[in-house]
Design a protein around this ligand. Structure first.
Ligand SMILES: Cc1cc2nc3c(=O)[nH]c(=O)nc-3n(C[C@H](O)[C@H](O)[C@H](O)COP(=O)(O)OP(=O)(O)OC[C@H]3O[C@@H](n4cnc5c(N)ncnc54)[C@H](O)[C@@H]3O)c2cc1C
Length: 417
């Protein structure tokens, strides 16, 4: 039986110098056949497998990850969680996720360090202020907590900020979602992996999916680096490589893959206890529990599959951060990295059936899918198990690019994280 993480197991293991903790999940060899295979061991893929087993009792399931769990965007993102999206469809999806976040550590018996410290989206001009009021009103109509702060309110909530913004980015106000915040990204992947494994899901790392066997328009299985695996249903959750895999299955996706980068500073004592985002500047910042300032930059303006971004983007972001927070000017940056984000023309995700029967796709989260992880996995598991979209993900089908019913959040929120 799975060891539960609690004060008693902690005390017991402390007496044994922490030498006997069992592995959090097994690493079995793949079986020749599964009821369902999930391609991609990021947060969304692992959450999908977990909810398939937990809610739909589908336990003959494997997650196939080409490298290590969470090594894609899940382990590379800046961990911002919020649900204050403008359009009803996105608000419903992200609020569904938010409600799951609020009980996730208990559900998984794994501390995902979800911290509802509040997310502020800054307004630097009159247009920003109008956009913020519109979005806050829309959020409230959807039952999502959201409020408008004036400049003084921003300063009270975040004393470290300089409202003059270096002259270029004066802060006139902000929207605030108090239930927004951050979560520990690795813990999300590991927590879902451990909980899915406990329900019987096989988690197989270093197992790239290279192709599909399709007959009479129906998927039969996947060709992998560890041989052929038969599967009745296949869920693709390979952020960054979605269009590559879709092409191998014989259909095209309207997604573009671009590098997005982030960086952290040296650790310092607690100085910033909320998340600050600025669409105009395209910079956002929070402080991790280790004390590092976690800074997100914008995307590179070209298609790329390298997991790194270019220097001008970093320079521009840090310039803006230093103008908003002059007190950070002399801090040193410790490291930076990048991920590959798949973005749809309307900046909304795809959670859908595909032209191949038994093959489902979850992708296109762009720069902002971490916050959706629990909700995405939950509704995608429903879609796979029942072969029908959940009411929440029905608007996010591939068909919207044919019907023209796009959910264009690009202009609405500017920064998607
Ligand atoms: C720098 C950066 C900052 C971000 N900041 C935020 C933020 O603050 N808030 C937010 O909400 N979102 C943010 N995001 C976006 C967020 O990280 C992603 O939308 C989200 O993590 C996607 O999760 P996923 O599980 O779908 O993808 P991933 O974690 O990328 O998982 C996909 C997995 O599929 C695997 N894979 C790919 N091809 C194959 C194959 N052929 N066979 C087997 N496995 C395969 C990959 O190795 C990878 O592990 C950020 C992204 C980046 C890069």
């Amino acid at each position: 039986m799975r060891t539960r993480y609690n004060v008693f197991s902690l005390a017991r293991n402390a007496m044994r110098h922490h030498a006997d903790w069992p592995k959090a999940w097994r690493s079995p060899e793949p079986k020749s056949s599964y009821d369902a295979v999930i391609v991609g061991g990021g947060g969304h893929g692992l959450a999908t497998a977990y909810y398939l087993a937990k809610e739909h009792k589908l336990t003959n399931v494997a997650v196939l990850e080409r490298s290590w769990l969470g090594g894609g965007n899940t382990g590379r993102n800046t961990t911002i969680v919020r649900s204050n999206y403008l359009w009803d469809e996105l608000a419903a999806l992200y609020e569904h996720a938010m409600k799951l976040w609020e009980g996730l550590s208990q559900d998984l018996n794994y501390n995902v360090m979800f911290s509802q410290r509040g997310v502020l989206n800054l307004a630097h001009n009159q247009h920003d202020l109008r956009e913020i009021s519109r979005r806050v009103n829309a959020n409230r109509l959807n039952g999502i907590d959201s409020e408008v702060l004036d400049a003084k309110g921003v300063k009270d909530y975040c004393p470290a900020i300089d409202l003059r913004g270096g002259g270029r980015y004066p802060v006139l106000g902000a929207s605030l979602q108090r239930r927004g915040g951050t979560a520990r990204h690795d813990a999300v992947a590991w927590g879902y992996a451990r909980a899915a494994d406990a329900l019987g899901v096989d988690i197989i790392q270093e197992c790239p999916v290279e192709g599909f066997r399709i007959s009479n328009g129906r998927v039969q299985g996947v060709q992998t680096g560890k041989g052929y695996i038969e599967a009745r249903k296949v869920g693709l959750v390979p952020a960054g490589h979605a269009s590559v895999l879709a092409e191998r299955a014989g259909f095209r996706l309207p997604v573009t893959s671009v590098p997005l980068q982030a960086l952290v500073s040296e650790p310092v004592k607690p100085v910033l206890d909320c998340v600050i985002m600025s669409g105009a500047v395209h910079a956002y910042i929070s402080q991790s529990d280790k004390g590092e300032l976690v800074i997100g930059a914008g995307v590179d303006k070209y298609v790329g599959y390298g997991q790194r971004g270019s220097l001008p983007v970093t320079e521009e972001t840090l310039g803006a951060i230093c103008e908003l927070f002059p007190i950070f000017r002399r801090m040193r940056m410790l490291r930076n990295w990048g991920g590959i984000v798949d973005t749809c023309p309307d900046a909304s995700p795809i959670l859908s059936k595909t032209p191949v029967e038994g093959l489902y796709i979850n992708c296109g989260w762009g720069t902002g899918g971490f916050k959706a992880t629990p909700g995405s996995g939950h509704v995608f598991a429903h879609t796979i198990a029942t072969d029908r979209p959940h009411a929440i993900n029905a608007p996010f089908s591939l068909d919207r690019f044919r019907s023209g019913y796009l959910i264009d959040e690009h202009g609405a929120a500017a920064v998607a994280h």
